[in-house]
Ligand binder design. Structure first.
Ligand SMILES: [Zn+2]
Length: 172
């Protein structure tokens, strides 16, 4: 897969040129993400498309796709948590913050002339992490928990019935 994501970029230059980029960023390059999900490995696939906003601020629209490893809240084992997200951000220096906020877009603030790609992407990934991580399929949980879940499944159907189900029938 081609990787044309630069380590750093000049937002004004990229927005003026309408640059479109795609590539991979290793999780290991994102230290704050590694702190939240230390067992993560692999890469995130990222797309970025730059343009000028209506008030002529640099804007980037993009997508992130990948997975991180977190502790499953059911079995405490490692669970691969898929992360998929979209973002649209105005890229703003502190002096333009007030005017830029009138556009009503989300803002990524930077100082100086360039933005480190991994820093911006890292923010977006962290915002997309689910609050409660767990194995999507209970069959993937550690065996002790699996056993417990199966015992729970064996409760007779009558006792598991949702009391509101009958109310719903009455309303019909
Ligand atoms: Zn689990």
């Amino acid at each position: 897969m081609s990787n044309d994501l630069p380590l750093r970029f000049d937002p004004l230059l990229f927005a003026n040129r309408g640059r479109q980029l795609a590539g991979n960023i290793p999780v290991q390059d994102m230290p704050r993400l590694m702190e939240l999900a230390p067992n993560s490995d692999g890469e995130f696939y990222v797309t970025m498309a730059f343009s000028m906003s209506s008030l002529q601020f640099p804007m980037v629209k993009g997508t992130i796709e990948g997975e991180i490893v977190q502790s499953c809240q059911r079995c405490m084992g490692n669970a691969a948590v898929p992360i998929k997200g979209q973002f649209q951000l105005l890229l703003i220096t502190p002096d333009s913050l007030e005017l830029a906020s009138e556009e009503g877009h989300e803002i990524f603030e930077y100082e100086g002339q360039v933005i480190t790609t991994a820093t911006l992407i890292e923010d977006e990934i962290i915002l997309s992490i689910p609050i409660v991580a767990k194995h999507a399929d209970v069959e993937k949980c550690e065996s002790s928990v699996k056993q417990w879940m199966h015992e729970f499944d064996e409760v007779p159907t009558d006792e598991k019935e949702n009391p509101f189900a009958k109310l719903k029938d009455l309303k019909l």
